[in-house]
Design a protein. Sequence first.
Length: 236
Amino acid sequence: MQTVTDFDEAQLLANYQAVSDALAVANAKAIETNDEHCSAALLAVSKTKPASMIEALYRAGQEDFGENYLQEALGKIMALSDLPITWHYIGSIQRNKTRDIAKYFDWVHTLEREVIAKRLNEQRAGMKPLNVLIQVNIDDENSKSGCQPEEVPALIEQVMHYENLNLRGLMVIPSKQGVDAFARTKALFDAMAAQFDLPHWDSISMGMSGDMAEAVAHGSTMVRVGTAIFGERSYQ
Ligand SMILES: *Cc1c(COP(=O)(O)O)cnc(C)c1O
């Protein structure tokens, strides 16, 4: 993989400031209409971007970074191992990748299958529990990953008994046309909280560069922003 290590730091920091400000405004608005709103945090999605950019953002105060491609991510995690960064795995999970994901990440946003949950739980043994979110295919699109909303309860029932997994909530990537997908995600999140006794159920990962404010208005607790911070990617 070819990565650019030379970048415009002033531009990166200006983008980061603008996204942080926009998120603060969205959070303030959400609190006005819902006093139970808990501020959404910013996850900087650094896929395809070099470790040097991550380090610059870390120095500016960003601690949470999201990566999609395991090999690429491991290189950056090793390169930056002296910084206490919180790493989030947000890519699709193949069975043969679970060991490294369990070993090197703090969060996984893309749990959608029981076999993967079982492997992550086994391979996380001896470490602090791995924070996991269940990815839901909220728009029922064949092309998107995530389990179906009606499959969520069975997956929860399995994961809630795993001592090395800390079940935190849901993650969605709605389609651009998705009508009220954010509201449906929040409703599902609340229904699961009512149905199960889940002591750490507190997170909804939704919203990206293009729809961050709308996601926050509907109860997102973590927005995943790549392009608006790092600029366009030359490949996905
Ligand atoms: C790439 C990616 C993002 C960031 O998308 P932007 O539109 O660049 O902000 C968020 N979530 C997931 C799962 C991604 O793969």
